[in-house]
Design a protein around this ligand. Structure first.
Ligand SMILES: [Zn+2]
Ligand SMILES: [Zn+2]
Length: 305
């Protein structure tokens, strides 16, 4: 049933991921423990991809264009078709991975299990209702269960991400979505987690390469093209408002920020890392950039445009 073709592909994806992880750790060895743990999570997500029960409502090119032209993310109009049982199966699997992690992770899983046993927490409902804009429910549930809300969110996203990624792939089919031109995710409506700059190679008609900016959604893995010279938060196009920071030892990373509204986005230069940008790994290993941005009183890119 094409199993070997898909596992060949999986091996390639995992290999590329490990290669980028080595590159990152060379520059930033402090991330070692975290990267090792998350590589386990990512590998498990990739291995499970074919087993996930996700049957997104069919959306043809015309329907997609019409929906996006009205400024609506696709999830507002079409059914994601994510099955609750599939979410729970991966949840069970991920709990095993977390249990084998460090003490904090193990303890978090124990508390989740205890709450579930006592009938205070229902993973099937939790996972199905978990949406990109539901940070407050996460904090409320974490409080009730007695776990750190970041840990609960990490565990939850480890499960929901591969499901939503399948939905995004079915709906976007690798298109750049030039007609969208917005900063919110065209699939799920989240604010973008990360930007990617990449030179588009010389086209067949001989036109020279041109730089393009993409955004990545950390909730569903969507990737789409956006205008490079507009602030995602306040729409400023004043060239003096666009500023950035970068360091010599990490030439592939930078922080772009807007002087007018003080919002920033982390940017990965795809040509310099020489491959596909894996949003989960990049976000995880650029926490030091958030600290720099925070020190400079900048805020992450916000919803609303
Ligand atoms: Zn999304
Ligand atoms: Zn701005």
């Amino acid at each position: 049933m094409g199993g070997s073709a898909s596992s060949n592909m999986d091996r390639k994806v995992i290999k590329a991921l490990e290669q980028r992880a080595r590159q990152i750790l060379k520059a930033r060895p402090a991330y070692q423990e975290m990267v090792d743990f998350y590589l386990t999570v990512f590998r498990r997500q990739i291995e499970w991809r074919d087993r996930l029960a996700v049957h997104p409502q069919a959306v043809d090119d015309e329907q997609r264009r019409a929906c996006l032209a009205e400024g609506e993310p696709l999830v507002d109009r079409f059914d994601s078709g994510i099955e609750s049982e599939s979410l729970v199966d991966l949840w069970t699997e991920m709990k095993t991975v977390f249990r084998e992690g460090n003490d904090a992770l193990r303890e978090a899983v124990e508390k989740v299990d205890a709450a579930e046993g006592a009938g205070d927490f229902m993973p099937a409902i939790w996972l199905l209702e978990y949406r990109p804009d539901s940070h407050e429910p996460t904090a409320e549930a974490a409080d009730r269960i007695g776990v750190d809300s970041m840990l609960l969110e990490t565990l939850t996203r480890a499960v929901t991400f591969p499901h939503w990624e399948k939905v995004a792939q079915a709906w976007l089919r690798g298109e750049n979505l030039d007609e969208w031109r917005r900063f919110l995710c065209p699939t799920c409506g989240s604010p973008p987690g990360l930007a990617e700059d990449r030179m588009d190679g010389p086209a067949a008609d001989g036109v020279t390469a041109s730089p393009r900016r993409f955004m990545h959604c950390s909730f569903c893995g969507s990737r789409w093209v956006v205008p490079g010279l507009v602030c995602p938060t306040c729409d400023s196009t004043t060239s003096g408002d666009a500023k950035y920071y970068f360091t010599e030892d990490e030439p592939e990373l930078r922080i772009d920020f807007c002087k007018s509204c003080d919002h920033y986005v982390k940017v990965v230069n795809a040509d310099k890392i020489g491959g596909r940008v894996h949003v989960g790994l990049e976000l995880l290993t650029t926490v030091h950039l958030d600290a720099i941005a925070h020190d400079k009183n900048l805020r992450p890119i916000a919803a609303g445009s």
